[in-house]
Design a protein around this ligand. Structure first.
Ligand code: G4P
Length: 537
């Protein structure tokens, strides 16, 4: 018997209005762990920074991934972090980074409504941030920029903003403006309330920072800031207010303008100013495109899609969890839903509350929330579940891999298990599988965005399918789908410094040794229509 949800339209509307969901995009070392910790501190989810230390320890346990997985069991707690702020539920979707970097990092952005682009103010835009930004751009996600480490010498604020405008084509609007930096960092001016927040140097700020706030007209300010910094600030403020754009919420929501913040996550400075503005400006859970057109989050029927699967690496607990982003209606424990791909019904039992001490059961969830479900092989990445009228959300595409290796099975008697394992792991989205266009080379090519994906595949093949495998790395680092198809490729004739492979659906993919080779082919053969992503079919 299906359990129908019992939620009034106005309760649903309130729940949606009270949800904020985002992911942080950054390059390693910009301070994502530190900022996450401080957001949790300000959100009251932890009482003292340092509680997220385990996460940091994981990161430092560099290559020994297997041990890392065993230690943490399933890293369910880091998939989504929840906290309440100003009467709203904030869901921070964790984007795996560092050694965890994988296609999941990109897929997580498919479940996010907003992104926070965290930059080290001394470094500006860095490669991983650019890649993640591209995925955000595909979805027109609103981007909030936080320039971190202002307590250390960094680049000029105007130069940092200009880099975003020029290189990402994103208009910037400074919500707060810094006064000095490094040793002379004095704080920020909040343009929303037209007040100064003065910076006090504290060691690592494990508690909320003491905040000294002064009005723009306060006579003490000139002395407190020191004259030269004060005049420099006045000049810069005048300039950005006269020449800069007006804050435009529509543009922010369309991912065309980024609100900019300056702070120092380590010393907690600027974190609550950021959170307050974020709560106002962030996009609420919004309609999603599906086979039935746009589905509003306030639609009475529950629906959602799978954006991540996680297998427990501990052989004693071989369970799998499917992470589902709720898109419409209300989720209730034990509800029976339809599975669009399989065309059957599934009971959603044992939902797990995320970011809990251990695993706790979850009773209900709303649009913008993420639920974890035990997945006995029923779910694949991109699957839609729904109640009521049949619908399927737009799938999550395959993202351009950067690491390639032949996967070899040295033991012919294990052929069947090998083939089964490779197929199942591909279907689950653990890695992409490609094949050489040369029929004589039949070993599958593992194609991944992070080294960890290779390790996962080999480990799981051994543990779950009892097959030892060997990897033979290929010297390519860039892949592009050929949207023009095999015909266009044939017409283009011989291409230098590339390899032609086909993906799991037989579509042509070109592999390049570097970006430069790729750009050259792209320039010479526009008819190939090279693409960085491809739909899952
Ligand atoms: P990540 O997750 O993005 O990789 O970065 P993480 O937070 O681990 O921060 C990377 C380093 O930058 C850490 O130093 C952290 O303390 C430091 N950091 C983060 N925010 C700030 C900031 O606002 N100001 C300054 N000065 N440093 C900051 P570490 O030496 O690697 O670790 P630890 O010894 O400080 O724990």
């Amino acid at each position: 018997m299906a359990i129908s949800t019992s939620v009034s339209q106005s309760d649903l509307e309130t729940a949606v209005e009270q949800r904020r969901n985002f992911a942080i995009i950054s390059h390693p070392d910009a301070g994502k762990t530190t900022l996450t910790e401080k957001l949790l501190l300000y959100g009251g989810a932890i009482h003292e920074a340092g509680a997220v230390k385990a996460r940091r320890a994981q990161r430092h346990a560099t290559s020994d991934w297997m041990e890392m997985e065993q230690q943490r069991g399933i890293s369910i707690t880091s998939t989504v972090l929840q906290f309440d702020y100003q009467g709203c539920q904030v869901n921070l979707l964790d984007t795996p980074g560092h050694q965890d970097f994988s296609e999941d990092t990109y897929r997580t952005l498919a479940a996010a409504d907003n992104a926070v682009m965290l930059e080290d103010a001394a470094k500006g835009l860095e490669p991983q941030t650019r890649k993640l930004f591209e995925v955000c751009r595909m979805r027109s996600l609103p981007i909030f920029t936080f320039f971190n480490k202002m307590d250390r010498p960094g680049r000029e604020p105007l130069e940092l903003m200009d880099e975003i405008e020029q290189e990402l084509g994103l208009q910037t609007y400074a919500v707060n403006w810094p006064i000095g930096m490094g040793d002379r960092f004095r704080g920020v001016f909040d343009r929303r309330k037209r007040q100064f927040h003065l910076f006090e140097r504290t060691a690592h700020g494990s508690r909320e920072a003491k905040d000294t706030v002064l009005d723009l007209s306060d006579p003490q300010i000139e002395d407190l800031l020191q004259q030269d910094l004060y005049y420099q600030f006045k000049e810069e403020l005048e300039m950005i207010e006269e020449l800069g754009p007006e804050l435009d919420l529509e543009k922010i929501h369309a991912g065309q303008m980024t609100p900019v913040f300056f702070g120092s996550a380590m010393t907690n400075f600027g974190v609550h100013l950021f959170l307050e503005a974020f709560m106002d400006y962030a996009l609420r859970p919004s309609p999603r495109n599906s086979s039935e057109g746009e589905i509003p989050p306030t639609h009475e029927d529950f629906s959602g899609f799978v954006f991540k699967l996680q297998a427990n690496m501990d052989p004693k607990h071989r369970d799998r969890v499917a992470f589902i982003r709720v898109c419409s209606g209300k989720f209730e424990k034990d509800m029976v839903v339809s599975h669009a791909r399989l065309g059957k019904t599934v009971r959603l039992s044992h939902p797990q509350k995320l970011f809990a001490q251990g695993r706790q059961s979850l009773e209900e969830a709303y649009p913008g929330d993420v639920i974890g479900l035990n997945n006995p092989g029923v779910f694949a990445i991109g699957d839609t579940i729904y109640q009521g009228r049949r619908l399927e959300y737009d799938g999550i595409p395959c993202f351009s891999p950067e690491l390639f290796a032949y996967l070899k099975n040295p033991n012919p008697s294990k052929f069947k298990q090998f083939r089964k394992g490779v197929t199942e792991l591909r279907e689950e989205g653990a890695v992409q599988i490609m094949y050489s266009a040369d029929e004589a080379k039949r070993d599958p090519i593992l194609a991944a965005v992070g080294q960890l994906q290779f390790e996962v595949v080999q480990f799981r093949l051994k543990n779950e399918y009892n097959v030892e495998t060997l990897l033979e790395p290929l010297g390519y680092s860039v892949a592009r789908w050929v949207d023009g198809g095999w015909e266009a490729l044939e017409k283009a004739g011989r291409l230098f410094n590339t390899a032609t492979v086909k993906d799991s659906w037989g579509r042509p993919v070109l592999l390049f040794r570097n970006e430069w080779n790729c750009q050259q082919v792209e320039g010479e053969h526009p008819e190939l229509k090279l693409s960085k992503t491809a739909p899952v079919v």
